[in-house]
Design a protein around this ligand. Structure first.
Ligand SMILES: C=CC1=C(C)c2cc3[nH]c(cc4nc(cc5[nH]c(cc1n2)c(C)c5CCC(=O)O)C(CCC(=O)O)=C4C)c(C)c3C=C
Ligand code: FE2
Ligand code: FE2
Length: 368
């Protein structure tokens, strides 16, 4: 009997392989109360997500929330569920496949890409086990959250550490903390929004909606609020928008505590009452569409805005599997893989350096 899980057999002289672990939140296996209950339990028991003292929270969660919420959430999930499954899962799988294909054109050494979820399936353990079984002894963790938040990014990293704690032969690990201000991410968002406007025209105002977190997270040092604002400012600059042409808001408030403000619901209410002819809403913090964008923003948000006198309402889809986003993901990954893989840039640079040193040696020889 051992505390540590069994290791794949060690082979001498095998070529080191690099694994890229795409980490995302996770989603229920089905849009039913039965599938929602274990998913919400795992999610809402995470101290990163809810920081209320355990003895009080366990009681509230099990006696109230897990009795009421699974059925309500299941109804919402049903309204966005696709033939292939939950939108978050469908897009995450597409991102994984496309990133693998795109990286294959740029990396000349062995690598593998896997998808691991903080909650639900495929679990972080199954993803790391698969990478190890494929021979990866170096892993880059790439959270699909552009802005760092303790309740999203750090929760995903915790899930990775929990797996490593039970491992004898721990791989080398690198993590991507954030890319909220990365020029490639901002460019991907801007070109995606411009393409949408070319097809559908431009609104009076662009609302950028980010997932909210409790306000005390900001007061206790979580940089998420500031990173959302920086993304918003850089995106507005890239789109050439003046301050009165865009607005930042926070969605998905949960519970009674104060969350980051302004709340999206209040923003939509105010803009609707101003009788704006058209607003567009985009969610730059979500790398793919999911319940929170497709139901809360595209459906509920539209109803809110129009029920108080607002005009046209457009939800601009997330980056999902857009080519600009896959290319940005690839280049962000390559930046963090430096020294771990040999890519075509390295090969070209190495060839140029070899050529230069050869010429230098020849010249030195000629001088003698
Ligand atoms: C309880 C507090 C919550 C915090 C804090 C929180 C932070 C947070 N969440 C995301 C991204 C997503 N959240 C999603 C769903 C979702 N979020 C919460 C609660 C908190 N999130 C709940 C209870 C749920 C489940 C749905 C519901 O019952 O309302 C999703 C969508 C998942 C899907 O299956 O489609 C995403 C994505 C971030 C980025 C974040 C912190 C910045
Ligand atoms: Fe959430
Ligand atoms: Fe929500």
């Amino acid at each position: 009997m051992t505390y540590y899980q069994p290791e794949p057999a060690y082979t001498h002289g095998s070529q080191p392989k690099v694994g890229i672990l795409l980490a995302n939140l996770g989603t229920p296996d089905a849009p039913t109360a039965k599938a929602l209950r274990p998913y919400l339990q795992q999610f809402l028991m995470d101290r990163r997500v809810v920081e209320i003292p355990r003895f009080i929270w366990c009681w509230i969660l099990h006696c109230i929330i897990l009795v009421i919420r699974p059925k309500k959430s299941a109804e919402k999930y049903s309204s966005v569920w696709t033939d292939q499954g939950s939108p978050l899962m469908v897009y995450a799988q597409q991102q994984k496949t496309l990133l693998q294909q795109s990286l294959a054109k740029h990396i000349n050494s062995p690598f593998a890409v896997e998808l691991g979820m903080t909650y639900g399936n495929p679990s972080m353990k199954s993803a790391i086990d698969s990478l190890k079984a494929q021979g990866c002894d170096r892993i880059l963790v790439f959270p699909l959250y552009p802005q760092y938040a303790a309740s999203s990014t750090a929760a995903a990293l915790d899930a990775v550490w929990r797996v490593l704690l039970k491992m004898r032969n721990v791989p080398a690990i690198r993590t991507i903390k954030h890319y909220h201000d990365h020029p490639l991410y901002i460019q991907a968002l801007a070109s995606h929004i411009k393409a949408y406007w070319q097809q559908h025209g431009q609104p009076e105002k662009l609302v950028m909606s980010f997932h909210g977190v409790p306000k005390f997270h900001l007061l206790k040092g979580d940089p998420y609020h500031c990173e959302c604002h920086k993304t918003g400012r850089l995106l507005a600059e890239a789109l050439g928008l003046s301050k009165d042409q865009y607005q930042i808001a926070f969605q998905s408030r949960f519970g009674r505590q104060e969350w980051l403000q302004p709340y999206l619901a209040n923003t939509l209410d105010a803009l609707g009452k101003q009788q704006l002819k058209r607003i567009d809403v985009v969610c730059p913090g979500f790398s793919s569409d999911c319940l929170e964008t497709l139901e809360e923003i595209a459906m509920e948000g539209k109803h809110l805005f129009q029920s108080v006198g607002g005009g046209e309402y457009h939800y601009i889809p997330a980056l999902n599997s857009e080519a600009v986003w896959i290319e940005a993901m690839r280049d962000i990954a390559l930046e963090h893989l430096q020294g771990w893989v040999s890519n075509e840039f390295d090969s070209a640079k190495a060839a140029a350096e070899a050529q230069a040193s050869k010429q230098h040696a020849l010249a030195m020889g000629a001088e003698k």
